[in-house]
Design a binder for this molecule. Structure first.
Ligand code: URA
Ligand code: SF4
Length: 201
């Protein structure tokens, strides 16, 4: 089965991991994406790690996490929750952008479970080197990556759970807020989750 495991060097630094991830062919997603988008942020100093789904169109081109529309929303929500983005290690459950081409546009596609599982060794290594006090899953894909495939996001948002000795807080994905019918309500609920999770640090 597909896995990043054979590409992950053992016991290496963050820089070595990121370099190795740029060569990963652990699943098919590297084929159409521009580049691997590895996590970023303070390595040892981050108390908080946030895990999104996968890089989007803008992240795929820039090579950096959360620099597109979802990132702008996340920036606003973090500021409202009094969380300093530069103190957070930000990453994704899947390191390559998955999309379908429609004319000139590249439309985001949700990664399969098999792709999330294949990519997990990178996240496991990020957890090893960053050692956050709390990991926040942004959305169902990240939550299922960390807490198992049957995890129910909506019943558990704003809560901190425990998995394999890891404290995992959960909330929605910022893209879900961007797309929400009632934006203000969705934004406020997201900020309120983030405040609860910040207090859990
Ligand atoms: N959405 C994500 O989940 N991660 C990013 O880096 C950008 C958008
Ligand atoms: Fe490797 Fe993850 Fe990219 Fe698949 S999505 S090729 S496992 S880095």
């Amino acid at each position: 089965t597909a896995s990043a495991a054979q590409f992950v060097p053992e016991g290496k630094s963050w820089a070595a991991l990121r370099a190795a991830a740029s060569e990963c062919r652990g699943c098919d997603l590297y084929e159409d994406a521009t580049q691997t988008v590895f996590g970023e942020g303070p390595i040892r100093a981050a108390k908080l790690m946030m895990v999104g789904e996968q890089p989007g169109d803008r992240e795929d081109v820039a090579g950096h996490v959360f620099v597109g529309p979802a990132g702008r929303l996340l920036d606003k929500a973090l500021a409202a929750a009094e969380i300093v983005r530069d103190e957070v290690y930000l990453t994704n459950a899947v390191k390559h952008f998955k999309f379908t081409q429609r004319g000139k546009r590249r439309i985001h596609e949700t990664p399969r479970r098999s792709e999330v599982v294949a990519c997990f060794p990178w996240l496991r290594e990020e957890l090893r080197v960053v050692k956050p006090q709390l990991v926040v899953a942004l959305g169902a894909v990240a939550a299922k990556a960390l807490l198992g495939p049957s995890f129910k996001l909506i019943e558990n948002r704003g809560k901190v759970l425990e998995a394999d000795g890891l404290r995992v807080g959960v909330t929605v994905h910022p893209s879900a807020v961007v797309r929400a019918e009632n934006f203000t309500e969705a934004f406020d609920a997201f900020v309120s989750d983030l405040k609860v999770l910040r207090e859990a640090l």
